[in-house]
Design a protein. Structure first.
Length: 71
């Protein structure tokens, strides 16, 4: 694997679950970050997760309870 020319190409070229976290970390420490837009995007991306949780809340709790109980 050849070395990346800059941080963005190195982060974007990696596959796996940690790649999104690495890109988010790189954005957060990059100079010139506009934090209100970053905060708004975090809120907007968390809304679908919360909606799915509230829609499937009963199944989520049942799964946690079933996994915690020993027979």
């Amino acid at each position: 694997m050849r070395p990346a020319r800059d941080a963005w190409s190195g982060l974007a070229g990696r596959a796996g679950a940690g790649a999104v976290l690495l890109i988010a970390l790189a954005i957060s420490v990059a100079p010139g970050v506009y934090y209100p837009i970053l905060a708004a995007s975090l809120v907007l991306f968390s809304i679908p997760v919360l909606v799915l949780y509230f829609v499937f809340q009963q199944q989520f709790i049942e799964g946690l309870t079933a996994g915690a109980l020993t027979h």
